[in-house]
Ligand binder design. Structure first.
Ligand SMILES: Nc1ncnc2c1ncn2[C@@H]1O[C@H](COP(=O)(O)OP(=O)(O)OP(=O)(O)O)[C@@H](O)[C@H]1O
Length: 248
């Protein structure tokens, strides 16, 4: 298959830990600009797949390409972040003792140290970037408030904003709605759809209501490989998916 229009291309990827195959001949392709939801039972390999993409774990076998022709197996974690892959872990890790706006400023892409980031005059372009991100993460009215005062859901949105500040081409988002209220969950689906208009996104989630709201192609992983892939309706009607995951 051609890698030309892909943002992520995994083929025949395997990795074992102490003889246990966590990822087993995994092939997964994401087109440029696509948002994909990844589902699957605990231990299916979702986190390990993202560890491979971000360079945290090296595959034992297989091809891992980013943005067409960049061989990610030849790059380390720091390189891969610079190349334009941003990852958001499940638990929010914002700078609690800084205000919301400073959290975004500290994350803006480019060589900067903390003090100049906070105290130097900002360029018009930087101000525009920050305003645009505030529009997406729905926190413009909380700019000056301490990050510690945000709700759990708002902290997740702020961290998504911090990811956007690094200007990634591909965002990997791990269980963003765990612990959110229903209203926050629905808003998060809208927010990610907005982000997906200009970025490629992979979202790992167990919340099927949220996955339905996203309205994107779904990949169900099981035992380190793709068990089923297609629309949510297609995947949820797959008896194997019901057996190992949805029916539980
Ligand atoms: N560093 C490691 N050393 C040993 N085993 C590991 C390591 N990382 C993952 N595994 C094992 O690999 C398998 C896949 O784990 P992984 O965390 O990728 O699954 P997951 O789909 O993300 O699950 P969850 O939904 O619970 O987060 C599990 O059986 C796990 O115990």
């Amino acid at each position: 298959m051609s890698k030309a229009n892909t943002i992520l291309y995994l083929d025949g990827v395997s990795v074992s830990f102490d003889g246990f195959r966590a990822i087993n001949n995994l092939s997964l392709v994401l087109d440029k600009g696509e948002m994909r939801a990844i589902i699957g039972p605990n231990g299916a390999g979702k986190t390990t797949m993202m560890d491979i993409v971000t360079g945290k774990t090296r595959p034992d076998a297989g091809e891992v390409y980013f943005d067409g022709n960049v061989d990610l197996t030849r790059h380390d974690e720091a390189d891969i972040a610079m190349l334009g892959i941003g990852r958001k872990f499940q638990k929010p890790t914002v700078f609690e003792n800084h205000c919301v706006e400073d959290n975004l400023l500290l994350s803006l892409k480019g060589p900067r140290s903390i003090l100049p980031a906070l105290f130097s005059r900002r360029s018009t372009a930087e101000n525009k970037r920050i305003d645009d991100i505030f529009d997406i993460i729905r926190l413009g009215h909380r700019r000056g408030d301490l990050a510690a005062s945000l709700s759990h859901g708002q902290k997740q949105w702020l961290e998504i904003g911090m990811l956007l500040a690094q200007d990634p081409k591909l965002l990997l988002v791990d269980e963003p709605v765990a612990g959110m209220t229903d209203a926050e969950t629905e808003e998060t689906a809208r927010l990610l759809k907005q982000i997906a208009e200009t970025h490629s996104v992979i979202v790992v989630e167990h919340d099927m209501h949220f996955v339905r709201e996203l309205g994107v192609k779904v990949t169900c992983l099981h035992e380190g490989s793709v068990l089923s892939e297609g629309s949510l309706d297609f995947v949820s009607a797959d008896e194997r998916v019901v057996e190992v995951y949805l029916g539980r």
